[in-house]
Design a binder for this molecule. Structure first.
Ligand SMILES: [Fe+2]
Ligand SMILES: [Fe+2]
Length: 200
């Protein structure tokens, strides 16, 4: 992945699209959290999480101007990198995990929504903790004006928070978590291959 991201950062146009793609994914993530929250019993931790993912989307969007002033005004496909697999990564992850929870654990209603939130978000946080430092490394190497250090700090907290919520939720949390990461890896590999193809 480092090689792919190095190539992305070295080209102004792909770098702007990469930032826009990450912004879109953060925004989809924020919306998914909002969609899962209980209107009455939502906790402070979930409100904070949704707010921070929204901030990441906005922050990454703002960084685009440091690369190319007028690039990527919207999330239309022509302004994204690997648009199809990028969208699919999040939506399929959500779909596959929800189906698994429904069929294997017979969750329904709000419990299903909450369990899906926990697993989807946990798997994404594990990935974010690996991916953002790789990106930051590429930025530092090229002396870019862009930085994602504030996001890295918050993603670290998110992962710890997801783990503690998962442990509270189920004694089977390890099985659940490892299944979520397995599914995530399959989808991430597809996305990575697509990015590799685009940048080669
Ligand atoms: Fe985030
Ligand atoms: Fe996060």
């Amino acid at each position: 992945m480092q090689k792919i991201i190095d190539k992305i950062v070295n080209n102004t146009q792909t770098h702007a699209k990469w930032l826009n793609t990450l912004s879109m994914m953060e925004n989809v993530g924020a919306k998914k959290i909002k969609n899962c929250e209980d209107p009455v019993f939502v906790s402070e931790i979930i409100l904070k999480h949704a707010a921070e993912e929204s901030r990441h989307a906005y922050y990454l969007k703002k960084q685009i101007a440091k690369v190319d002033d007028k690039a990527c005004p919207t999330y239309e496909k022509q302004y994204l990198l690997a648009p199809n697999t990028s969208y699919e990564y999040l939506h399929s992850l959500d779909l596959k995990i929800s189906r698994y929870l429904k069929n294997t654990f017979h969750y329904t209603g709000h419990r299903l929504k909450y369990a899906a939130y926990l697993l989807v978000t946990y798997a994404i946080e594990v990935r974010a903790e690996e991916l953002y430092p790789i990106y930051q490394n590429a930025l530092t190497k090229t002396g870019s004006q862009v930085t994602v250090k504030s996001i890295i700090a918050e993603e670290k907290n998110h992962l710890a928070e997801m783990l503690s919520q998962l442990k509270d939720f189920s004694k089977d949390w390890e099985t659940l978590a490892s299944y979520a990461c397995e599914i995530e890896k399959e989808l991430f590999d597809v996305w990575e291959k697509d990015l590799d193809r685009i940048t080669s």
